[in-house]
Write a protein that binds this ligand. Structure first.
Ligand code: B12
Ligand code: SF4
Ligand code: SF4
Length: 409
């Protein structure tokens, strides 16, 4: 079925240009990799990626090797949904209710919250996995008739991400994913106890594409690297959603200047080790004009970690919006936002110059934590007798926008 999104004002970081088809979860990257459609090497990597790292094993990056009983994601995916209280609390003022629900979401652990209508275009059409306890079967159609989406972001640790890519950034990424689980679970349960249906969509299980909902809910804008950028936290926000019928006032999409910054910056495209982020413009896909990454090459880069890490977060840490929460970061982002659109380039270009000068063209920090140390390790060559010191695991090369040079680099 095709959907034409009309309910919200058009955000600046994307444009609806035609009808959108609901995405079949079975055709999204993880199930495709699991079926071997992106090659046997990647399929095996996904199955055997746990290694011995206890963080990776508890945070759900365990593949077939880790014990699911030690993993919150596996446990929570199976917990059935509670009943809706048959005596609903009357809601006279959806504006006040929205304010209260945001406060509850923050109290329960979310860093930022916004509310939008649940656009059916962003509900998966069919589920990839069956969950017996929920009475759900793999391959069946998804019916999620809720009216609202409460969109939440959970901030990762700025410093730990700067160790990218390493077991330290990986542990923090895994923790962020897991933070989404209890908060959405408790918020959905809280709303059901108020007498309204509600469902948690978190890292353990979910039926929605969080990103477009979060953009519509005003959490941020879509960047060149294909992710949501929040004014304060950049892209180091894990996203999660609670869908519900509780009457709520909705938020509006925001303009924080990402549209102009991404035109000049391109830092993520220069630093992406797999060349998955385009130096070019937006493209039209499924009725939406937006920046889009090469998903296959991004995914195929993961086994390059040789077991050191799981999730590449280079584009998250590199993004010039990814800064600690300080007065000078607020000053920089506000000055872009408050400058009239035609004049923004005059603010952005000097700020980007400063960004490269102070933070480096490829932000990275040497870090030690527990027994982890992200110091580049020399690659051990398996050719008998070879004495050469090969390249290390830390990718620091910058790419050039010219395609010929990129291919050579
Ligand atoms: C599969 C998946 C991946 C795959 C494929 C990514 C992709 N683009 O599809 C791989 C393994 C490559 C991947 C990588 C990463 N991912 Co990922 N991924 C997902 C997952 C589980 C499903 C996405 C999906 O359904 N894709 C299939 C179709 C829909 O993809 P698509 O057409 O290319 O559309 C993408 C975007 O354009 C956008 N989108 C789709 N339609 C529309 C419409 C509009 C209007 C807008 C604005 C956007 C939009 O959503 C899609 C997801 O990126 C989501 C969680 C979720 N349920 O949303 C997380 C998610 C998108 N990933 C996330 C992150 C953080 C990452 C990584 C940094 C970490 C990592 N290494 O795993 C990298 C970043 C890569 C990048 N630059 O985008 C976050 C993004 C957070 C944010 N601030 O935006 C999410 C939301 C997980 C979460 N709960 O926080 N991921
Ligand atoms: S996650 Fe890594 S490989 Fe994928 S787009 Fe970002 S920087 Fe590139
Ligand atoms: S690094 Fe620059 S170009 Fe890439 S998403 Fe962030 S602001 Fe946009």
């Amino acid at each position: 079925m095709l959907y034409m999104s009309r309910k919200n004002p058009q955000p600046r970081s994307y444009r609806i240009v035609g009808p959108q088809a609901r995405v079949d979860e079975r055709e999204t990257p993880h199930p495709r990799v699991q079926r071997g459609e992106l090659g046997e090497r990647l399929r095996l990597w996904r199955l055997q990626r746990a290694g011995n790292d206890p963080f990776r094993r508890i945070f759900g990056g365990g593949g077939a090797e880790a014990d699911p009983k030690n993993c919150l994601q596996s446990i929570m995916a199976k917990v059935p949904e509670g009943k809706v209280n048959p005596n609903p609390l009357p809601v006279d003022d959806p504006v006040k209710m929205a304010k209260d629900i945001k406060e509850v979401a923050r109290f329960l652990g979310a860093t930022v919250v916004g509310i939008t209508y649940l656009d059916q275009a962003y509900v998966y059409s069919h589920r990839a996995r069956g969950i017996e306890s929920m009475g759900q079967k793999a391959g069946e159609t998804i019916d999620l008739p809720h009216r609202y989406a409460i969109c939440m972001g959970f901030a990762s640790d700025y410093k730990k991400f700067l160790s990218n890519n390493s077991p330290i950034s990986d542990a923090d990424y895994g923790l962020g994913n897991n933070h989404t689980i209890p908060t959405t679970f408790m918020l959905a349960a809280y709303i059901r106890e108020m007498g309204y249906p509600a469902r948690a969509h978190h890292y353990g299980r979910g039926e929605v594409n969080h990103m477009p909902l979060a953009v519509n809910a005003g959490l941020g804008e879509l960047g060149r690297h294909g992710m949501l950028i929040h004014e304060e936290y950049g892209s180091r926000l894990h996203l999660a959603t609670v869908t519900t019928d509780l009457p709520l006032a909705v938020d509006k999409p925001v303009d924080i200047g990402v549209e102009e910054v991404c035109k000049y910056c391109m830092k993520c495209a220069r630093t992406c080790p797999s060349h998955s982020i385009s130096f070019g413009g937006k493209e039209v896909h499924n009725g939406v004009e937006r920046y889009r990454i090469n998903v296959d090459t991004c995914y195929k880069y993961r086994p390059a970690s040789r077991g050191e890490w799981h999730n590449c977060v280079i584009c998250v840490s590199t993004c010039c919006y990814n800064k600690p929460n300080t007065w000078w970061h607020t000053l920089a982002t506000k000055s872009i936002k408050w400058t009239p659109i035609p004049l923004r380039a005059f603010v952005i270009v000097p700020l980007l110059w400063l960004d490269d000068l102070i933070w480096g063209k490829r932000p990275w920090q040497h870090m030690k934590w527990l027994s982890y140390d992200n110091k580049p390790k020399p690659m051990v060559c398996t050719i008998p007798g070879c004495q050469a010191k090969h390249k290390n695991l830390i990718h620091k090369r910058l790419h050039d926008p010219v395609p010929e040079t990129r291919a050579a680099g």
